[in-house]
Design a binder for this molecule. Structure first.
Ligand code: PGA
Length: 218
């Protein structure tokens, strides 16, 4: 089964809208990742989807103004967290190259990502790395980047396969301008285990189509 993560980033503006959005996107296999302030509200309405957080601090409690700790997230039933070092939470680690690197070719992108992953997973035990989900998210493909366009699905799949050969992780998903139209091209590939969806996760109808592309049953 493919995994679809809905990264709402700093949206929406009100808790009521967050609740409505969560209800509309509450599918099996989906991870809803709202901003911190809506975690509790979103958790209270979800029946099928899992809950994720957009960030986490590495200390459990203490004098850290503005930080959110792993234990606080766990106590809110949060299962996943984007990036971060996290005790007991499943990490979604985002990697990806800037456009200048990709222009040098896919080999350069692979080298860049290799360094990122080696750095990010330094000191992480193999048994813990196995729980990590890596998102291959080329920076230039993220919808908010200038002149963003999605990666070529074939090349994204090649890089996801490369990452799987490099490290033994739970899965490698693709992120960057995934939408209802292109979802099948990414999710239909064996080497891509799912998608991290930003902008389109704020549009329930489009998001539903993306989920359908992952699981024809929905
Ligand atoms: P996007 O965002 O789908 O809007 O490109 C992806 C992400 O950064 O999570």
């Amino acid at each position: 089964m493919k995994l679809i993560a809905a990264n709402w980033k700093s949206n929406p503006d009100t808790a009521k809208t967050a609740e409505r959005l969560a209800l509309a996107e509450d599918y099996e296999g989906v991870i809803i990742i709202p901003p911190f302030q809506y975690l509790e509200r979103v958790r209270s309405v979800l029946k099928h989807a899992s809950l994720g957080a957009q960030n986490v601090f590495w200390e459990n409690g203490g004098p850290f103004t503005g930080e959110v700790s792993p234990s606080q997230l766990k106590n809110l039933s949060v299962s996943f967290v984007i990036a971060g070092h996290s005790e007991g939470l499943q990490v979604i680690l985002c990697v990806g190259e800037p456009i200048q690197i990709r222009k040098d070719g896919i080999r350069s992108a692979k080298d860049f990502i290799t360094n990122q992953i080696r750095y990010d997973l330094r000191g992480v035990k193999r048994s813990d790395a196995k729980k990590v989900i890596i998102t291959y998210e080329p920076i230039w493909a993220i919808s908010t980047s200038q002149n963003a366009e999605p990666d070529i699905p074939e090349e994204a799949a090649e890089i996801c396969a490369y990452i799987k050969n490099l490290v033994n992780v739970r899965g490698v998903i693709y992120g960057g301008s995934v939408n209802a139209k292109n979802a099948k091209e990414f999710l239909g590939r064996d080497d891509i285990d799912g998608a991290l969806v930003g902008g389109e996760s704020l549009k329930p109808k489009e998001f539903q189509k993306i989920v359908s592309a992952a699981t024809p049953l929905v």
